[in-house]
Design a protein around this ligand. Structure first.
Ligand SMILES: Cc1cc2nc3c(=O)[nH]c(=O)nc-3n(C[C@H](O)[C@H](O)[C@H](O)COP(=O)(O)OP(=O)(O)OC[C@H]3O[C@@H](n4cnc5c(N)ncnc54)[C@H](O)[C@@H]3O)c2cc1C
Length: 450
């Protein structure tokens, strides 16, 4: 059926796409055979730009392929269909949690409303990237269906090239039907947490250095602070606590939902500056330890359904880049200065130090360095001008933009950031494509930066 309501999370683009929704894994081959245009799998649409969209072509919505297949309580090995969400996995792991041992996803992004297929295809990272690497580091094997009707069992030791291309492969190598994942053994599903207010980027670096024994670290940064306050923020570190009675309940639904799109003027530089200053002061200067359920620490935004409507009907862009460790000390202040000067950032701005564990994926985003992620309400040309300036700083620093968050980076900046994209392209299924892929593989002049 042709539809125009399959959107990505940023809601800037509203393409027309033919959508099919297989109920069983066995239905997917017939859909692939019958499609006259290129196809792309679609999960929960939690990618922000156009990497989960296929304008004027076809999407295969895999959400109904959401069966848990097997779980070994001794080893923590879980087999699922690819449309299962992390929320569903967490609900199951909570139910089977035992006094002696609980299991938890080895890596989780900042929302649990993502499918396993989507998490593999973007090789997502979480607050423990410095200690655990990416989602793909914990995929033991996956089953991939190609448009020629062949099914491939791929793993780090079997069909290794196709495995490497599919981890972080943006849905372009075929439909992931199912996956076998290694869960992490934890003392409990409760967390020990500290929030620490910091004054500048040097303090952020110091907190990172002294948090080696904390499994999860992340910082919120006040993206509109300038001068000596540049880079100030709140550093959060957490680790699994010992058992504290029954596990916290797993939430499968939102507590509240945004009923309407907010009008554009509600989110302006003055309201964000005021919010940021108040929010920063909320955190203590010296660490205060607390015990928390994992939900508010891992998924603070999941309590409000459709929170993306806060940015209004024109939608928003998320900008996420990573810059290598050696260039980060210059590049991160340059990025923050450009954002503060333009007075455009929103209150959701995140700084995180990524570790050096290599991902199995050819096109995976993380590299050792610092990643900055923040939202920009879509204000048309002014927003694009600023984002282009940020691209130039990222490119000069040898960094790259995260495809899962992107809807507008140039082909040149993508190709410079992911130098092995041509090797990856050899594994793209000839019947698969996406709006993102067509945009970033367009030819470009190597001397230009646009
Ligand atoms: C609030 C929020 C916080 C986030 N935090 C993080 C974070 O901390 N770290 C991070 O890395 N990301 C983060 N993200 C991004 C999100 O984790 C990724 O975009 C994720 O891949 C979305 O999964 P999805 O199921 O919604 O997939 P979609 O967005 O629908 O699709 C993503 C990609 O997966 C492909 N795909 C989906 N299913 C299959 C399948 N069965 N077979 C083959 N390909 C498939 C699609 O073609 C597409 O290329 C966040 C997003 C939100 C909204």
């Amino acid at each position: 059926m042709v539809r125009s309501d399959y959107l990505s999370w940023g809601r800037v683009l509203r393409p027309r796409q033919t959508v099919t929704r297989p109920a069983f894994m066995g239905d997917v081959a017939a859909i692939l055979r019958g499609s006259r245009t290129s196809v792309l799998p679609f999960g929960m649409g939690r990618s922000y730009g156009d990497s989960c969209l296929n304008a004027d072509a076809a999407l295969i919505d895999v959400r109904a392929l959401n069966r848990l297949i097997a779980f070994d309580r001794e080893t923590g090995v879980l087999e699922v269909e690819a449309g299962v969400t992390l929320a569903e996995i967490l609900q199951y792991l909570t139910a089977v949690s035992e006094p002696e041992r609980s299991w938890f996803p080895a890596v989780s992004p900042g929302t649990k409303f993502v499918t396993v297929g989507g998490a593999i295809a973007n090789d997502v990272h979480g607050k423990n990237h410095h200690s655990a690497g990416c989602f793909g580091n914990h995929v033991l094997s996956l089953r991939l269906l190609r448009s020629d009707g062949t099914t491939h069992l791929c793993s780090p030791s079997q069909e290794t090239a196709l495995f490497a291309a599919t981890i972080g492969g943006l849905g372009l190598t075929g439909v992931i039907l199912s996956a076998v994942l290694q869960m992490k053994s934890v003392p409990s599903l409760w967390l020990e947490v500290e929030d620490i207010r910091f004054e500048d980027l040097a303090a952020f670096d110091r907190l990172n250095a002294e948090s080696a024994d904390w499994e999860y670290t992340v910082a919120w940064t006040d993206c509109l602070a300038r001068g000596p306050q540049l880079g100030r923020g709140i550093f959060t570190r957490a680790r699994h606590a010992g058992r504290l009675g029954p596990p916290p309940p797993a939430m499968l639904r939102f507590r509240r939902s945004m009923p309407i799109d907010l009008p554009g003027f509600a989110l302006n530089a003055a309201s964000v500056t005021a919010f940021n200053a108040l929010y920063w002061r909320r955190a203590p200067v010296t660490p205060t330890r607390r015990v928390s359920s994992y939900e508010p620490v891992f998924y603070p935004l999941d309590a409000i359904g459709q929170w993306n409507r806060i940015y209004g009907a024109r939608g928003f862009h998320q900008y996420q880049c990573v810059v290598p460790t050696v260039t980060a000390p210059e590049a991160i202040p340059a990025l923050l200065n450009a954002i503060a000067a333009a007075r455009q950032g929103s209150f959701l701005a995140v700084l995180k130090t990524l570790g050096s564990r290599p991902s199995p994926g050819m096109l995976s985003f993380p590299m050792a360095g610092t990643t900055l992620a923040l939202d920009f309400p879509n204000r048309g040309a002014a927003t694009y001008d600023l984002l282009n300036r940020l691209d130039a700083i990222t490119a000069a620093a040898g960094g790259r933009i995260y495809p899962a968050k992107d809807g507008r980076v140039s082909a040149g900046d993508f190709q410079r950031g992911f130098q092995n994209w041509r090797d990856f392209a050899r594994h793209v299924d000839p019947h698969f494509s996406s709006s993102f892929w067509r945009r970033v593989t367009a030819p470009f002049e190597s001397s230009s930066n646009s």
